[in-house]
Design a protein around this ligand. Structure first.
Ligand code: ZN
Length: 134
């Protein structure tokens, strides 16, 4: 696998609204989309920095993985997402290399991307997402 770029960095926050002034007024980035991903129980807000996005993640339910993450580790960087050209191929390659996959098959993420997560046990403790533009 050879990622083409960092697609986005996912950041877990308690409140997107509370974080907007920092991203918009201090960094001067424009929030161009707010989207709820129902099956993940999160609300997301996106900012573009070059070809990389910042994805703020706010839990919409207490049993959301984001709520659990914040409870355990506090707010902060949640995952890093690499763009790949062929996600199915990248997953089968990484699995052959002994990497533990959270998603064996691609699924739909925010913005209609095909995504899959690799387990932090196999990625030096950083939750890692691979994504492919359909
Ligand atoms: Zn992500």
């Amino acid at each position: 696998m050879k990622p083409t770029h960092i697609e986005h960095i996912g950041i877990a926050v308690k409140s997107i609204e509370a974080c907007l002034p920092y991203y918009e007024n201090v960094l001067g980035l424009k929030c161009y989309a707010v989207e709820e991903v129902a099956d993940q129980k999160v609300k997301t807000a996106f900012f573009m920095v070059g070809q990389t996005k910042i994805e703020l993640l706010e839990a919409t339910s207490e049993d959301s993985t984001i709520a659990k993450f914040i409870e355990k580790k506090g707010e902060g960087v949640h995952h890093i997402a690499f763009a790949v050209d062929n996600l199915v191929e990248a997953l089968s390659e990484t699995e052959k290399q002994g990497v533990q996959l959270i998603d064996k098959q691609p699924r739909k993420g925010a913005e209609g991307l095909n995504i899959a997560f690799l387990h932090p046990k196999s990625t030096c403790s950083v939750l890692t997402e691979l994504c492919e533009h359909p």
